[in-house]
Every structure is written in C-alpha cells, then in structure tokens.
Write a protein that binds this ligand. Structure first.
Ligand code: MRU
Length: 349
C-alpha cells in the first residue's frame, strides 16, 4: 500500500506529493510546525489525509512539550491546535480531527492526567484515526464498487485515492473495489489544473495498481462523454453540507453539470468525517484561495504575462441536485440528502 503518511519514532514521514510522479521522495516532520508546513505546501493533501496528519501533528506537539501535566500543557495544546487548524480552510476533516483531539484532551485535563498519559492517549487517538480511515475507505469502496457498471470508462477528478487518505482512497477506493469485484474498468483521470493532482497523482497510483488509466486535459471531458466513453463519474469531497451540496477540487462542478447533460451517473465518495451537518449548504462552505503562482507558473516556468489578474480558488461547490448518490462507509445515500444524511447520522448514534 502507498505510504502516504507514516508515524515513526523520529516523527511523521510523508511521501512528497509535490514531487510525484517523477521522484518518489519523503519528508520527515519532527515538530507540529513542520506538519502544518507540509499541509500548507501540499506535500500531503486530500481531506482525510490532512485530518490524520493534523492529529499526528498534535501528537508530535505533545511529545515535544516540556510540560509535566495536562493542566500545564493546556495553553500549548490550544496553540498547537490553532496552528494546525489555520492550514487549509475547506477540508472539514481537519477540524473534525482537531475537535476529536480536543475532546480527548479535555477528558485528560478534567482527570488531572500527567503528560506521559497525555502523550500516550493522544498518539493512540491519532493511530485510531489512521486505522479507521483505511477501514472506512475499504467499506465505502465495497458499497460503491457495486454501483459501477460492469465495464467501461469511469471519469474521476483530482486525486481522491490512497494518496489523499491513509490508504486505498475514497473515489479511487470505489474504483479499486470495482476492479476487485471483477469489473473491467478503464479510468479517465482529469489532469486537474492548476496543481495537476489527476495527471501526476491519480495516474501514478492507478498505474502502480495496474488499473488501465488515461489522463485527459480538463477541457476534454465533455467530448468524451458525448462519444459514450464515460459510463460513470466518481469523485471525492472536502466537505459535504447538511443538504448534500459538497465542495471538492475546482472543476468538479463542471464535471457534474456535464454528467447531468449526458445522463451519466455522478457519484461522490467520502468518509463520514467529511460530512458537516453544521454547515447548512454549499454557500456556507469556506473556499480556500491559493497562491497565484500555482496558475502563473508550471515547473518553475512562467506561463502568463507579468501582472495579469489571477484567480485561484482551490475548490468549487457542486449542488446536491447533480449527485446521483453519496457513498460513505455507513452506506449509500440518495436524494433528498438533507433527510438521508440526517437519518444516517441518527442511526449511527
Ligand atoms: O487541494 P487538494 O489536493 O487537497 O484537494 C483534494 C481534493 O479535492 C480531493 O478530491 C478531496 O480532498 C477528497 S480526497 C479523498
């Protein structure tokens, strides 16, 4: 399995996703500040991977602290959480993971725990999130794989694969599971301008698994759909609002509209940690605006004239009306999503 992020006695080891696919190299983060940096610079990216990375960042912060009790550690714990929470605003898994750490720490503080226990308990929670993430991907993969046709081309956007999670992937987990179920799948991967997660990462990880893959430029999807080459679309999500609207990599919305126009099913696969019932709809989802250099430059070379205006929102919102089903580890949800999400949440409680 691709080692997206690994806890080691020295720190957290990340495969450097800014260098893939031409170079497979690793970055070791030994402090929580370094974990925050690798999230901001997208050495690690993808909503579930960001969440678990932040959890390990909190664990590193606790490990490096000179405090001797939970009470003494409390102000530092708050600073660590705030720094990690300030890295990327859209992926709700980040805030979900930090909130989970806050709950654990709150209990330890209330009991007057010492730092040895704090360190052990926080690290155990991060490990639990890591394991749960892989399990969630496999479970949603099994549900989602059943929905895909027995053969044909599947379009995906960005990278919602092993590299975006602790392993296996969400959208690519669905595709992996369909292949394991014996389906003859050919993946079309949108290149995903400007950061090229599709061309670089999705292509790399699917080729490693021997799954037939073709990279297309983002503006080619419509004509492939019209030619009958795309039988279904499967994408991931950074945040799913209470009404089923969801944020994902910029360009997902375009693909959803195209799928609707061509009568192609459009699936969104995500773990429950991506569902944010506190956000009522897509309009309330904060959208990260990234540095213009991602658009103006590629591979260190400038593409655009000096001084031209640049817009670089990292995500867009796909309205729920375009979504055929939301695939989670708890099951497959159908419209109306406000009801199905609420019901599924109640069942799980
Ligand atoms: O900016 P990124 O690369 O972090 O964006 C990633 C995506 O948009 C993914 O599709 C999403 O996080 C789901 S990952 C399982």
């Amino acid at each position: 399995m691709i080692p997206t992020l690994t806890w080691t006695p020295e720190g957290v080891r990340f495969i450097d996703q800014t260098r893939l696919p031409l170079e497979e190299s690793y970055v070791l983060a030994t402090t929580y500040e370094q974990v925050a940096d690798v999230i901001v610079t997208m050495v690690v990216r993808g909503a579930p991977a960001i969440g678990v990375s932040a959890a390990y960042g909190v664990a590193l912060g606790a490990e490096k602290s000179a405090a001797t009790t939970a009470a003494e550690f409390a102000p530092e714990f708050a600073r660590i959480c705030a720094r990690l929470a300030g890295t990327r605003p859209t992926a709700v898994n980040l805030f979900w993971a930090i909130d989970r750490m806050k709950r654990v720490f709150g209990e330890l503080q209330a009991r007057g725990a010492g730092m040895d226990e704090v360190r052990a308990r926080i690290l155990a929670e991060a490990h639990a999130m890591y394991d749960e993430d892989i399990q969630a991907c496999k479970t949603m993969g099994a549900y989602g794989g059943e929905l895909l046709p027995d053969e044909g081309g599947m379009l995906t956007h960005c990278n919602a694969g092993a590299l975006a999670t602790c392993g296996y992937g969400t959208a690519l987990g669905v595709i992996r599971a369909a292949v394991e179920q014996g389906k003859q799948i050919h993946v079309y991967a949108d290149e995903t301008r400007p950061f090229l997660q599709g061309a670089r990462l999705t292509a790399w990880e699917l080729m490693a698994d021997g799954i037939p893959t073709t990279v297309i430029c983002d503006n080619m999807a419509a004509s492939l759909m019209r030619a009958g080459k795309i039988k279904a679309v499967v994408v991931g999500a950074d945040r799913i609002a209470a009404n089923g609207d969801f944020a994902n990599k910029i360009g997902t919305y375009n693909v959803a509209i195209l799928a609707k126009e061509h009568g192609i099913p459009f699936y969104c696969a995500a773990p429950w940690s991506t569902i944010d019932t506190a956000t009522p709809n897509g309009e309330a989802i904060p959208i990260e605006e990234r540095n213009a250099i991602e658009v103006t430059h590629h591979g260190g070379k400038q593409l655009t004239p000096h001084g031209v205006g640049i817009c670089n929102p990292a995500f867009d919102v796909t309205p729920a009306k375009y979504v055929t089903a939301i695939i989670t580890e708890r099951g497959v949800l159908r419209a109306p999503y406000a009801e199905s999400l609420r019901e599924m949440e109640l069942v799980a409680k």
